[in-house]
Design a protein around this ligand. Structure first.
Ligand code: COA
Length: 367
């Protein structure tokens, strides 16, 4: 049975930074309160012309470059997002087109902030089954578009960004070692964007009621998160046959420093075993774990051979964890530059649209 190795990684965040002081000019809050209650100092906010596919594409190109893998060699693209570009088509398809990943199947996965953990497991299982060899897993968000900038309970927490991993099949043991996924829909109403779906299609009334915004019972979500982080870690380690002292790094969902500190107490681990970067990005939902991973790799914190646990939790309610051994890129010949392929991918996309147009004309004549 092939192993699923994480051979490429990349992240992208918008240039625009919104500090706590900036937010205090919009709602009744202040830098001290936000830092003390959440640990967040600033977050990145997308420009009007930046979307999950824009950021997801940029993160994917970086990941493919590190993996030295051409987009056309991808078999599958899974994009997890809590702020997808459309209900459909899938954001994964938009990224597939921009990359020119001509052979890849592409779909979106919705498990709120746990989405990347679920997607990573799904991608790894597809490789383990032997049905595919190369998978791109993305978490991409512009959740700022769904924030009520008059609601100080939510607008201080979230930020925009994307992260991507390339998974590749190998006979060498390592890569994704185990995963657990959980849900509890009895808490569905605790964290939600209720409007715009088929239950509350967008109308003047749903807009008036603010149903198109993120709504959250902060305290309940906080309690749930602190409870599941330690249990998911113990569970995923038991599945991999590992103990906590064999793990070098815990990479948690970056929602609130107090949640991470509570998990550290629950696991009886010092905070320096946790990768934390929420102070600069806020909660980027599905992108938070890969962004934390990429930064830790770039700083040289995580090294080949290290064993890590990634943990997610969020709306649904959902939670889960992945245990992995970090292997780094699989050595291969040549230097793939996926960003140089962009123009070709655009041309290809235009040609395909043109061909569909001509096909439509011919088909109409046949009728
Ligand atoms: N700025 C200033 N004061 C604020 C504030 C803000 N942004 N938000 C709330 N307050 C006030 C409240 O009105 C309250 O005042 P009061 O005591 O006079 O009534 C006080 O601060 C405490 O509010 P509370 O809601 O109890 O704060 P908290 O410690 O629970 O922190 C959250 C609020 C949202 C930061 C916290 O509950 C949380 O992080 N929850 C989890 C959220 C999360 O991670 N969601 C995503 C999961 S994927």
């Amino acid at each position: 049975m092939p192993y699923a190795h994480i051979t490429g990684w990349g992240m992208s965040v918008p240039e625009q930074v919104l500090t706590n002081d900036d937010i205090s000019k919009i709602v009744d809050t202040n830098d001290t309160w936000i830092r003390e209650r959440t640990g967040i100092q600033e977050r990145h906010i997308a420009r009007a012309d930046q979307f999950p596919s824009t950021l997801g594409y940029e993160a994917s190109v970086k990941a493919l470059k590190i993996a030295n893998l051409h987009p056309r060699d991808l078999d599958l693209i899974i994009c997890s997002s809590s702020s997808p570009e459309y209900i459909f088509p899938a954001t994964a398809c938009l990224i597939q087109d921009q990359l020119g990943a001509t052979k890849a199947g592409a779909f979106d996965l919705l498990a709120a902030c746990t989405g990347f953990i679920y997607a990573l497991n799904m991608g790894a299982q597809a490789i383990r089954s032997g049905s595919v060899k190369n998978v791109l897993v993305i978490g991409a968000e512009t959740l700022s578009r769904f924030l009520n900038w008059k609601d100080r309970n939510t607008c201080i927490l979230f930020g925009d960004g994307a992260g991507a991993f390339v998974l590749q099949a190998s006979d060498q043991p390592g890569g994704v070692l185990s995963a657990v996924m959980h849900s509890d829909g009895s808490g569905a109403d605790l964290l939600t964007i209720a409007g715009g779906g088929s239950r509350h299609p967008s109308t003047e009334a749903t807009i008036q009621e603010g149903k198109h915004y993120v709504q959250m019972e902060g305290k309940e979500v906080f309690r749930f998160a602190t409870r599941v982080m330690a249990s998911a870690t113990h569970e995923v380690l038991a599945c991999a046959g590992l103990t906590l002292d064999q793990i070098q790094w815990i990479v948690p969902h970056q929602a609130n420093i107090r949640i991470i500190e509570a998990a550290a107490r629950g696991l009886k681990l010092p905070m320096d075993r946790f990768i934390v970067n929420l102070q600069h990005y806020g909660n980027t939902s599905t992108a938070s774990v890969p962004i934390a991973m990429v930064e830790a790799l770039e700083k040289g914190q995580i090294k080949p051979g290290d064993k890590i646990v990634m943990i997610g939790f969020g709306g649904g309610l959902t939670w889960g964890a992945v245990a992995a051994e970090w292997t780094g890129p699989i050595p291969s010949k040549g230097h793939v530059r996926p960003e140089r392929y962009r123009l070709f991918a655009r041309l290809r996309s235009l040609v395909r649209r043109g061909l569909r147009f001509i096909e439509g004309l011919l088909y109409r004549r046949e009728l």
